[in-house]
Design a protein around this ligand. Sequence first.
Ligand code: NDP
Length: 266
Amino acid sequence: MTLIGHHAFITGGSRGIGLACARALLAQGANVTIAGRDAASLDRAAEVLREYPRGQAPDVPGPQVGTCVLDVTDEAAVHAAIATAAQQLGPITILLNNAGQAQPAPFAKTSSQHWQRMLDVNLTGAFHCTQAVLPQMLEKGWGRIINIASTAGLKGYKYVSAYVAAKHGLVGLTKSLALELATKNITVNAVCPGYTDTEIVQDAIANIMQKTGRSEEQARAELAAGNPQQKLVQVEEVANAVAWLCQPASGAMTGQSIAVAGGEVM
Ligand code: NDP
């Protein structure tokens, strides 16, 4: 329970990797706010999280779970929501920029709207959230900013050039900000999962099935084949890396882009 008294703000916390990270940080004692666009799914996720055992005696109040409806591409909404979250559960000392979308298209069929959408959600959203949270971290004199990038931030993949460009941008932002904040007791790192078993991958599987006529099993195997461990990454494996980076004892880790991908990227 090394994160008692901290407040973690997690974009895209209603499912998948974000929800697993919320669990992992709650288990370390942090208060957690999960954010996303859909109020109903946030409420459902918060209910599950509040039931989650946190290793405390029944009479000790556990860490709190808050929800926050926002679209990370809406700058004004992000600033307002983050101010409200801080009023409710205290200054935010941990920011997990996790909200993301991966829409595929061959480059020749990538419209400028599609391109802009991928940059807005996967890169500019992290910019807005980080700008909104940073003053709170600077005032506290402590912070952990973790950007969920992707192996697509470290290497290319065909048919997702806009997503790959956005995730490479997120890795670049991570490095620059880590240097700017290096003397402020605020670390900035990227966690880069390979194909992870979540709804994004379900969508990719559906897309492969539709485009190639392959079965679900074949499509899933095709995605897993790029991972030397021959399997999809599990959300808990990503969350474990995130929780470790948040530890007070991980203070010398900054500016890193850590692949959680079974050895796909070395
Ligand atoms: P999911 O689709 O399971 O979850 C995405 C989350 O982001 C949801 O909570 C969704 O909620 C939220 N979200 C999406 N768009 C927005 C938005 N504009 N504003 C606010 N919230 C938003 O995805 P994953 O858990 O798989 O992915 C999480 C992150 O991990 C993403 O950044 C993704 O790129 C990255 N990643 C995923 C990999 C994978 O294979 N799964 C591999 C590598 C990286 P709602 O729709 O209600 O807004």
